[in-house]
Design a binder for this molecule. Structure first.
Ligand SMILES: Cc1cc2nc3c(=O)[nH]c(=O)nc-3n(C[C@H](O)[C@H](O)[C@H](O)COP(=O)(O)OP(=O)(O)OC[C@H]3O[C@@H](n4cnc5c(N)ncnc54)[C@H](O)[C@@H]3O)c2cc1C
Length: 428
């Protein structure tokens, strides 16, 4: 029977951040990862916001294999036959330190794993953890590959379909309505073509989101991020919206359809698909967060439900990095106290409350309910598209005055619904 100070389940961003922090403090840490290498099983659209986590890892993330810094934001309302695009750039996006970057997880996670190993963490890959071991109520280790591995504390960083907190009795299986399914392709394209096509210079990158017909007018959307020499293209579809009338989201089919939209075809033309992945995303927000600590165990990252979609941003990676690091800090405090019971480890929740993590989740706790509004994904992309179609149209005969054109689309009932939707959005 092997005994460690800490066992981390999962070598994603949460697990590696925890291992890096614990090993840096002299802990004997074992990380167990079922994938063949860190990053092998990990999927992300690929946009990492560095600002909130920079200070948690002094001097580290500057050396990370980041792709391009995001200098251009874009959001497109996609109707069936037309689309309305808004893009944004600003000086603050170009100034150092840069706010956010595109990343490729297979590269980024392997690099972070190497940094944790340099600090002294042991990372074993190709090993699935099957259960937790408990003495009375306290988690004292894990069962992996038929072996008992013991530790003072276990950190469950095993992602969205996490088994460990369930086995530890910290939560019940998640509900479909609190999850989305994402499918993503990485498409290789040379840097010159990317710069030319997206109007970028040097290391500048672009992050585009697409709402509406990308998901057939259902909850979710499309994304396109530029990497150094590739594009990350994908679709995320909210499970609840599709399942409520018994439909399958068929997300791979949605991605094919999205790629065939003329707005997208011209951006990916000539590229070679080099990676294809599908994954679930927790999207239940604050209400759906699992219990974060117990006797001898802490839960971090997606395993705790720490991902947040507020429409303009989809974030999970920096919550994983931060919660992994703060879970490690809680373990260090428990070590000082000489106890790893639930009471002592509960300091983790306070650390999360004091950080941006739970503050964000509280601030945006209305987001899932507000975003469930089907009008955002169906009605508004079509209506705004129709409005612009009529404004820009020059028919064979005389052109109608602009005000009657507007009134035809913005009828009194429409304005009242818009008012109600804007009022609901005020909760964000
Ligand atoms: C399509 C898509 C797009 C996204 N876009 C973005 C984005 O642009 N920006 C952003 O910030 N976030 C995004 N997210 C969310 C983000 O990817 C996740 O929040 C983040 O990866 C969570 O990290 P994690 O370490 O908690 O979990 P993961 O990265 O999932 O890591 C969990 C690890 O645990 C391992 N594991 C699981 N079970 C076991 C077991 N029993 N034994 C051993 N190992 C196990 C897995 O193999 C995996 O390596 C996106 C997600 C998806 C799916």
């Amino acid at each position: 029977m092997d005994q460690f100070d800490a066992i981390v389940v999962g070598a994603g961003l949460a697990g590696l951040a925890a291992a890096y922090t614990l090993a840096g403090a002299g802990f004997e840490v074992l990380v167990l990862e079922r994938g063949d290498y860190p990053g092998a099983k990990n999927v992300s659209g690929g946009r990492l916001y560095i600002n909130p986590v920079r200070d948690l890892f002094p001097g580290l993330l500057e050396k990370a294999p980041l792709e391009r810094y995001i200098a251009w934001e874009g959001i497109t309302l996609m109707a069936a036959d037309r689309s309305v695009q808004m893009s944004y750039t600003g000086r603050e996006l170009r100034e150092e330190p840069r706010q956010s970057y595109s990343v490729l997880r297979s590269r980024f996670d392997r690099w972070l794993a190497a940094q944790a190993e340099k600090k002294g963490a042991t990372i074993l890959t190709g090993i699935r953890v099957d259960d937790v071991i408990k003495d009375s109520r306290k988690v004292t280790g894990v069962l992996a590959g038929g072996e008992d591995l013991r530790a003072e504390v276990v950190l469950a960083c095993d992602g969205v379909l996490s088994l460990i907190p369930e086995r530890a009795g910290l939560r019940t299986p998640g509900m479909p309505r609190d999850h989305a399914v994402g499918v993503k392709e990485v498409i290789a394209l040379d840097a010159g073509t990317i710069n030319e096509r997206f109007h970028l210079e040097g290391d500048e990158g672009a992050a585009y989101l697409y709402v509406g017909d990308a998901t057939r007018g259902r909850f979710g959307g499309g994304f396109l991020y530029t990497n150094k020499e590739s594009l990350s293209l994908g679709i995320v579809a909210g499970l609840g919206d599709f399942l409520k009338d018994g439909q399958s989201p068929d997300v791979p089919g949605l991605l094919d359809r999205f790629k065939n939209r003329p707005e997208i075809t011209r951006l990916i033309r000539g590229g070679t698909p080099v990676e294809y992945a599908a994954h679930v995303i927790p999207e239940g927000g604050f209400r759906a967060l699992g219990r974060l600590w117990g006797d001898g165990i802490l839960v971090a990252g997606d395993a705790a439900g720490l991902a947040l979609n507020i429409g303009f941003t989809v974030r999970g990676m920096e919550y994983a990095l931060a919660s992994g690091c703060l879970a490690a800090q809680a373990v260090l405090r428990a070590k000082e106290a000489g106890r790893f019971d639930a009471d002592t480890l509960s300091v983790y929740e306070r650390l999360l409350e004091d950080s941006f993590v739970l503050k964000d989740f509280r601030n945006f706790q209305a987001a899932p309910a507000v975003m469930e509004n089907p009008r955002f994904f169906d009605h508004y992309p079509e209506t705004i598209g129709d409005l612009l179609r009529d404004i820009y149209a020059v028919p064979a005969g005389p052109k109608e005055r602009l005000y009657p054109t507007l009134r035809k689309i913005l009828r009194p009932g429409e304005i009242w619904s818009l008012f109600k939707d804007l009022k609901a959005m005020a909760r964000l």
